[in-house]
Design a protein around this ligand. Structure first.
Ligand code: NDP
Length: 290
């Protein structure tokens, strides 16, 4: 048996097309476009790539894209002042401060300064609380995108066993809550979990959000399971000596056992940015009451 591949690139493209259509209708009715501000501090190469990609896709769906590229020596006070300015800017519906921030800046302080109504990353404690208690907020983009991929292959998740490996605030915990909201029986595994393979093998839905290249192999996968690989790890290809991206799941090994599986790259990654656009449109619709 070989698993069916979940094509995150295609699902993300379809979502962006849907969003572009909605934005186009908004603009055709004479209203302003939704706006997303992205703030980058410093020169981290991976962050620069992410920010450029976010800006490009924002423009492609017809939204207003504002980029603030600040030098690495920017003070925390100046960054907080910029966040305040964007909070008050009526043309901006979403504010994203790209992580990681330089060490002299308290990232939590900056993220918490974004008004929850514009926190399209869904990292603010108010939004985390809303997800945990069933309120209206923003769901972090990566778990939201992962859930879309899962629902794309199986609509009713009620009663299924779900295992999320990883318990970060930005991926693991919100992912577990989303699965719980879909009536899954959810287990969260982490670095202290005993018998990880045994725990994972009970999963009808297995989500890996660890940051360890190919940590999960065939022995971690229940036959027929839906496997969602959130991990993005840069390793050196032994054959070519070049850098390449791999997930937290050993794709080839797991593919032989799983029912459905996401590749890396081309799985969860593209969904994250598409869901950022979706959150920004949601924010616009809430702000304008449309
Ligand atoms: P964190 O480092 O914040 O969290 C990693 C989690 O994995 C922790 O909960 C940790 O446990 C757990 N863990 C570490 N080692 C093991 C192990 N050997 N066995 C079981 N659990 C383990 O990472 P993030 O959640 O931020 O990101 C996870 C991965 O997802 C990374 O590869 C990241 O690059 C990727 N990512 C991808 C995105 C995308 O768009 N596709 C977006 C965001 C992240 P403990 O809590 O006990 O330390």
């Amino acid at each position: 048996m070989s698993a069916e591949m979940i094509d995150g690139k295609a699902v993300a493209a379809a979502l962006r097309a849907e969003l572009a259509e909605k934005v186009s209708a908004i603009k055709a009715s004479g209203k302003r476009a939704p706006g997303l501000a992205v703030v980058l501090v410093g020169e981290d190469p991976a962050s620069r790539v992410y920010v450029a990609s976010k800006a490009k896709q924002t423009v492609e769906v017809g939204m207003l894209s504002i980029e603030h590229k600040l030098p690495v020596e920017t003070s925390e006070a100046d960054l907080l002042a910029l966040v305040e300015k964007l909070n008050a800017d009526a043309t901006i519906d979403g504010i994203l401060v790209q992580l990681p921030l330089p060490k002299h800046i308290d990232a939590d302080k900056v993220l918490n300064a974004i008004v929850p109504e514009k926190d399209v990353d869904g990292f603010h404690p108010m939004n985390a609380g809303a997800l945990a208690t069933g309120g209206v907020g923003f769901i972090p983009c990566t778990p939201r995108g992962s859930m879309r991929l899962i629902k794309g292959v199986k609509k009713d998740l009620s009663g299924l066993n779900a295992v999320v490996v990883g318990r970060s605030n930005i991926v693991g915990k919100p992912m577990a809550l989303l699965l719980l909201n879909e009536n899954c029986t959810v287990t969260i595994a982490h670095s202290r979990t005993r018998n990880l393979a045994e725990v994972c093998r009970a999963a009808d839905i297995l989500v890996a959000a660890v940051g360890r290249p190919k940590l999960l192999g065939a022995e971690h996968v229940k036959p027929g399971a839906i496997v969602i690989d959130v991990g993005i790890n840069r390793i050196t290809d032994e054959a070519t000596g070049k850098n390449k991206l791999v997930g937290d799941v050993d794709f080839e090994a797991a593919k032989a056992v799983a029912g459905y599986i996401t590749p890396v790259p081309g799985g969860v990654g593209p969904m994250t940015i598409a869901c950022l656009m979706e959150n920004t449109l949601d924010s616009y619709l809430r702000a304008t009451g449309c």
